[in-house]
Write a new protein. Structure first.
Length: 53
């Protein structure tokens, strides 16, 4: 049994798996890190304001 039929064109779903899924995961990771960074900035500002009072 040859493995070439696995790599052959699969009517579009293989392109989704190879290209779209990694891009979506990367964008989701960037958004998560941006939210995490913005929430960390807010906590740091509140801590410095409390220290100055």
């Amino acid at each position: 049994m040859e493995a070439s039929w696995i790599i052959a064109h699969q009517y579009g779903w293989d392109e989704i798996g190879l290209f779209v899924v990694p891009i979506v995961l990367a964008l989701a990771g960037v958004r998560y890190l941006e939210k995490r960074a913005s929430s960390d900035d807010g906590n740091d500002r509140a801590a410095t304001e409390d220290d100055t009072r």
